[in-house]
Design a protein. Structure first.
Length: 208
């Protein structure tokens, strides 16, 4: 993707993340792998609801900035996803509240509860606890992001990846929706898993 289009998409998705409560205050970060092989990142310490295109940062794969500004301390997680997944061109890290709440309670989203999980995201693993903004974050997602497009960060948030930023954003929204439904279901009773036969049928269904 060219840089101009990427700047526009990042700002648009950043505003939507903030407006839908998937990040608050200055939380979260978004990046895109540019056609040039460089990366475009949201800057550290800025509210995603107020972001404008000129504030975005361009850097190389080592995180060396080409422009003034401060790269997010969570950038190593993004670089790890790009390194392991050549098919990935966009990464979002956010703090979706229901997803985080379930991780606090030790409730896994690897259970096959909702058809859309089986048909789209698949089972979403939870990475071991790592202090937010630490180098441990990249280590925590290693071994999980290769086989999954969404990973929950224990007691912290989520990371989603996509061939495009829109795809990564939809995966984040879908993850949070499934966490919310699971949360509500558990208030009423014990959620029932799909049967093996139902799961098999879903896996062979083409989504229209
Ligand atoms: Zn975070």
């Amino acid at each position: 993707m060219n840089e101009r289009q990427a700047r526009h998409e990042i700002v648009s998705v950043a505003h939507r993340l903030y407006d839908s409560g998937l990040v608050v205050a200055t939380d979260g970060n978004i990046s895109i792998r540019l056609a040039s092989g460089r990366f475009l990142f949201t800057p550290a310490g800025r509210c995603k609801g107020d972001l404008v295109e000129d504030e975005l940062l361009v850097c190389d794969r080592g995180g060396h900035l080409e422009t003034d500004g401060r790269l997010t301390s969570e950038a190593p997680m993004h670089f790890e996803a790009y390194r392991i997944r050549p098919d990935v061109n966009a990464v979002i890290h956010a703090h979706p509240p229901y997803t985080v709440a379930l991780s606090l309670a030790g409730v896994s989203l690897e259970a096959d509860l909702l058809p859309e999980m089986v048909m789209t995201l698949g089972r979403v693993p939870t990475a071991p606890f790592a202090a937010p903004s630490s180098a441990e974050g990249a280590e925590a997602i290693k071994g999980l992001i290769d086989g999954h497009d969404a990973v929950i960060l224990d007691r912290h948030g989520a990371l989603t990846a996509g061939e495009t930023l829109i795809e990564a954003h939809h995966r984040l929204e879908r993850l949070e929706f499934c966490a919310k439904v699971t949360f509500i279901a558990r208030l009423i009773g014990e959620p029932m898993r799909l049967t093996d036969e139902q799961i098999e049928r879903l896996r062979t269904t083409v989504i229209g």
